[in-house]
Design a protein around this ligand. Structure first.
Ligand SMILES: [Fe+2]
Length: 254
């Protein structure tokens, strides 16, 4: 099992505050059955940047401290910004395992108008954007078509396991269940920030997906290594409740 979203790298963002805390979080991951954990600190342009060199130094020291207990995978949680294509060209941001799938987050409260354009420009550069926790974005909650469009354009979406267990409240939980039933999610992460309430739990969320949509659960399990290895995946068809108009509907009305 892969945890695609975590803040276990100590002392770089609002995640783990010490190596001790990181060890607690990793022990929790192991108890949850996680074999691979993606180390995805925040990257926020001109506010919270981490250079590739610093990231690699910290990543390698984390990797050697953990030894063979768990596999760590490189990554970032990149905050949306019109400059992302330029930053990618300059190798200042990177995807999972240094390959093309890149975790990108939006502000929680709204959906920036340039999102689709920036994702398109990144795809032209060979990046496959993965939208982080869309179930927590207020605009997408009000208008799921925004997410449907993003996925139809060739991007993927990551869900936080805690969204399905009520960690962020009932509204987010209900919406997360809806996204799962519509096949709108492709990878899952803990988004673990600490060894307390926002730990690296992932198992219960995945179990919930298995119950709600076993087809999607199988798809997620069968494709997670491909995503880490930068192999293209064929996403599941979106299941929409909207009835498609057919010629028969036209004649029925006559
Ligand atoms: Fe995060």
């Amino acid at each position: 099992m892969i945890d695609f979203h975590s803040h276990v790298m100590p002392e770089v963002d609002d995640g783990s505050r010490s190596m001790d805390m990181t060890m607690d979080m990793i022990n929790n991951s192991l108890e949850q059955g996680v074999e691979y954990i993606c180390v995805t600190p925040h990257f926020i342009t001109s506010e919270h940047e981490i250079s590739h060199e610093e990231y690699l130094n910290r990543f390698n020291s984390l990797k050697s401290s953990l030894g063979s207990r768990i596999n760590v995978i490189q990554g970032l949680e990149v905050y949306i910004n019109p400059e992302l294509p330029e930053l990618y060209k300059e190798s200042r941001i990177w995807g999972y395992n240094g390959k093309q799938y890149m975790l990108i987050e939006l502000p929680m409260q709204h959906y920036p108008i340039y999102t689709d354009k920036i994702f398109y420009e990144l795809r032209l550069l060979g990046v496959i954007p993965v939208l982080a926790h869309p179930e927590r974005n207020l605009s997408i909650m009000k208008n799921p078509e925004l997410l449907i469009n993003i996925i139809e354009q060739g991007n993927l979406a990551q869900m936080n396991s805690g969204s399905l267990t009520g960690l962020y409240g009932t509204e987010v939980k209900k919406f997360a269940e809806k996204l799962i039933s519509m096949n709108l999610i492709h990878i899952v992460g803990s988004d673990g920030h600490n060894n307390g309430k926002r730990n690296t739990d992932i198992k219960d969320g995945l179990e919930r997906i298995k119950t709600l949509n076993s087809y999607l659960y199988k798809w997620i399990s069968g494709n997670e290594m491909k995503i880490v290895n930068g192999i293209e995946v064929e996403v599941p068809d979106i299941i929409s409740n909207k009835k498609k108009k057919s010629l028969f509907d036209f004649f029925r009305k006559k």
